[in-house]
Each structure stands twice: as C-alpha cells, then as structure tokens.
Design a protein around this ligand. Structure first.
Ligand code: BTN
Length: 246
C-alpha cells in the first residue's frame, strides 16, 4: 500500500491530527506529542525525537467483528519490524502492549470513526514506540514499567530504519488480514501473558487466574482457582501479571 507520510515536529496527538483527513493509508508521524493519548484515558509520554509516534488512517472493508483483530495484528507487525532491525523480537503483553526485558516499549491505540448510520467510516491506528529513551526520560511513576528498545539492547537505533521496517511489516500483516488470514499461532508464541498467573481486574474487584489460551478472536481464556473458565475481551477488564509487567 502507498503511504503518504506527513511529518510534524510537534503535535498534540497524531491520532487527533490525522482525523481531519480521509486518505486510506495516510501516515502522520511526529517528533513529539504534547498530549499523546493511551488507552483507557491514560496519556502516552512522547519524549522529543526519542520515539516513533505515528498514526495510520485505514478504510478497511472488513466486518465489525474482524475490526477487533486489527490491534493485535498491528502489535505483531511492530514486533516484526523491530526484530528485522534489531534482531530481537519483543513479546506481547495481551492484548497489544509490546515488551522488551519485561518493560513496555510500545502501545497501540485504535480509534474508529462511524458514519451517521453507525457503519465504520475509517480507523485510526496509533502506534507509539519507545526507541532511544533512557529511564530518566520517563516520568517517575512510569519508571518501573516503561522501557525502550535502546534500554533493552544497550545501544541506540535509527528511528527512520525502524519506521520503514514497521510500515513494511504492517503492509504485509494488513494484506493478510484483508484476506481473512490471522496468524494466531504466531500471536500465541509472541504472547508473554499466556501460560502465566494473572490478576483479572474488573470494576472494583480482582481475581487471580491462569491465562490458558488465546482464542480465534484474540480473547484471553482464563481459568480461575475454582476451575471455572472465562473468555476475556480487551477493554472489558485489565489483566496484570503476578510477577513483573507481563
Ligand atoms: C497505550 O499504551 O495505551 C496506547 C499508546 C498509543 C500511543 C500512540 S503514539 C501515536 C498515537 N497518538 C496518540 O496520541 N496515541 C498514539
């Protein structure tokens, strides 16, 4: 897919900026964001020229249920791109945070815009990758969980080379997605959450469980201590590892 790339020095959020367009495949990338957004209303710290802060506009012709596969598929593509350049493959904390050395190095925020009739008009895929940050670049409250590719590999990396590799990997994975192909085996192999004890947080309550499987919709299947099972969709609940951030 052709990508026109708009490069900005600074913007509030690339996900906000790209909303004024409607060009399939358009990419907006910024050197820094003053109000980078994460999931669940959180902010995403975007230290100047240290990371890759990008949004891609897509007009996919897929059904709504398949749209929910987009974010984990994008996570796989970012893993591919990082592995191509650095030789090290990040792991995925279900459902779409990337980890290196057990620290979060990438987050993905997918936002849909709907037509008046409620159909999906376009999708904005927002990807933030921490490339060359050092620990001090993150605010104190994040320092136990945030990391960067540089922190995990012991050297800095060319952000342009990473951007090119990530875009190429995204193209391949998105084409497969459009053909209805989902690499579930690959996702399971990348997933750091699978096979671990987790804490399922919902509303005020929390329960310990074992992360047993990822089903064909990327839902996490957990088994509770009483033997009962539950299929968890992202957004509904948070899942935390019991040891470390995975
Ligand atoms: C998360 O970790 O919860 C998701 C973080 C997503 C951050 C990216 S950076 C580019 C794009 N613009 C934003 O404001 N957010 C996404």
């Amino acid at each position: 897919m052709e990508h026109r790339i708009i490069r900005l020095e600074q913007v509030d959020s690339t996900n906000n900026y790209i909303r004024q367009f409607s060009e399939d495949g358009l990419v907006v990338i910024a050197d820094t964001q003053t109000a980078g957004r994460g999931r669940q209303g959180r902010s995403f710290q975007s230290a100047p020229k240290a990371g890759i802060y990008l949004s891609m506009l897509l007009k996919p012709k897929v059904s709504l249920d398949k749209l929910f596969h987009l974010t984990p598929i994008a996570a796989q593509a970012v893993c591919d791109g990082i592995e191509t350049v650095t030789g090290q493959r990040p792991r995925i904390k279900w459902i779409n945070d990337l980890l290196m050395d057990d620290r979060k190095i990438c987050g993905i925020l997918t936002e849909l815009s709907l037509t008046g009739e409620g159909a999906v008009e376009q999708v904005i895929l927002g990807i933030g990758i921490n490339v060359n940050q050092c620990l001090e670049d993150f605010e104190a409250s994040l320092r136990s969980i945030a990391g960067s590719i540089a922190m995990a590999t012991g050297r800095t990396w060319d952000r342009e080379a990473l951007l090119a590799a990530v875009l190429q990997a995204l193209d391949g994975r998105l084409e497969a997605w459009a053909r209805d192909e989902v690499d579930l085996m690959g996702y399971r192999a990348d997933c750091a959450t699978l096979g671990r004890q987790v804490r399922v947080l919902r509303g005020g309550g929390e329960r310990n469980a074992f992360a047993e499987d990822i089903d064909e919709d990327f839902a996490l299947v957990v088994r509770y201590e009483d033997g009962s099972r539950e299929r968890i969709n992202s957004g509904e609940v948070s899942v935390r590892g019991l040891e470390g951030y995975h």
